[in-house]
Design a protein around this ligand. Structure first.
Ligand code: TRH
Length: 363
């Protein structure tokens, strides 16, 4: 029972939608031996995340997961729905597929975006009845408390991270990774890092900061490309290729400070057990600031804390050299706190496990 799972993913923008769906699909296949089909509407973006995916093929198996191009309704004419159907981020299932679901009555879950806000506890696992078919759909909210659906975390993640960290050679300079939205105050951050008291090495995977132009501009260059290393005073910045998810994890593990964004890189930064600065995905009426504060609260950051001050400056203002140096002074303590916070969240059951338990209990 419940062996076959379908995950539907629409790439709205950026890499977060497919980033989350791919991670989950792989984990369900690897750790629970489930037969997972992943339906994605944009294989070009998916191929940036799914290593080995050929964007010209409409159907292929990668890492044990069957990946399909979801191009319209018609392809679902002869498709039998799986036992469990995950509609990621309210992406709206194909109409024909829903019609087939009427006879089969699979477990239908809407996987929601992640938020640390308190209301998530009450909304997790609530049902709604699909008006046209009477089918039941359950809203599955990832989250930071036991009352939510948990966070994506692979079983071997902690052991892999610790083994990798034990092998890193510590360098004298400070290592920073930078993944942010182009509207971030990138110039001010680079300027502050260049005026830093200690040498800073900054790594920027391309495709990540759409504002690579801003970086080029800062260094007085017309353009920059993968492999370039640019220097200004105490700052040395290296442009990396877009990494695989596994390589990106390793970058986060070995950096002393990580700038992350959106949803998936945010949680990978949490699992890195290193201090990080999270740029929330911009939302109407500045709702993203509420999301930020809800998370800082769960992460036990007080309002007058340098981590709170720095996050708010990164989201709403500029990074001054003074603020950067304040963060640097606090970094050893922030590292200890990051480790404790990571351990705290590692105690909770992860998202894939909660999904599997939920679907078993429904039988
Ligand atoms: O790309 P994002 O900004 O995605 C966003 C958010 O998910 C947002 O909440 C959502 O509403 C919007 O998409 C549609 O940031 P995110 O979520 O961190 O996803 C980035 C993915 O890219 C993540 O899986 C990590 C991966 N990644 C790599 O694999 N290699 C890299 O070099 C980098 C920088 C990231």
């Amino acid at each position: 029972m419940n062996k076959r799972w379908d995950i539907f993913c629409r790439v709205v923008d950026n890499f977060g939608d497919i980033g989350v769906c791919w991670r989950l699909a792989k984990q369900l296949s690897d750790e629970y031996a489930l037969e997972v089909r992943l339906w994605v509407d944009d294989l070009n973006v998916a191929s940036k995340i799914v290593t080995g995916l050929d964007a010209s093929l409409n159907n292929q198996k990668v890492n044990g997961v069957e990946v399909f191009l979801w191009n319209g309704d018609a392809i679902f004419a002869n498709i039998t729905p799986a036992d469990v159907v995950i509609e990621a981020f309210a992406c709206e299932l194909p109409k024909l597929y829903i019609q087939h679901m009427v006879a089969k009555k699979p477990t239908w879950l809407n996987l929601e975006y992640l938020s640390a806000e308190a209301w998530v506890d009450d909304f997790h696992a609530q049902n709604s009845i699909h008006p046209a078919t009477g089918l039941r759909k359950t809203f599955f909210f990832p989250g930071f408390t036991d009352k939510t659906g948990g966070l994506i975390r692979e079983q071997h993640l902690v052991a892999q991270r610790e083994a990798a960290k034990a092998e890193f050679k510590r360098l004298l300079s400070l290592q920073v990774s930078l993944f942010c939205y182009p509207h971030a105050p990138i110039h001010s951050l680079l300027q502050a890092m260049s005026e830093s008291e200690h040498s800073v090495e900054c790594f920027v995977p391309t495709g990540s900061v759409l504002g690579l132009g801003k970086i080029a501009e800062f260094f007085g260059r017309a353009q920059i490309e993968v492999g370039d290393t640019l220097n200004k005073q105490k700052l040395s910045l290296t442009v990396l290729p877009f990494l695989t998810q596994e390589e990106y994890d390793q970058l986060l593990w070995c950096c002393d400070l990580n700038f992350v964004r959106g949803e998936d890189s945010w949680i990978r930064a949490l699992w890195s057990a290193q201090p990080f600065i999270w740029q929330t995905y911009p939302q109407d009426e500045k709702h993203h600031l509420k999301k930020l504060d809800a998370f800082l609260d769960k992460y036990e950051v007080k309002q007058n804390d340098v981590l709170s001050e720095f996050h708010h400056a990164w989201l709403e203002a500029e990074i001054t050299p003074k603020l950067w140096n304040k963060l640097m002074t606090a970094l050893p303590a922030l590292k200890e706190r990051a480790e404790l916070q990571t351990q705290k969240f590692e105690q909770h059951t992860d998202l894939a496990a909660k999904l599997v338990i939920f679907t078993k209990n429904k039988v």
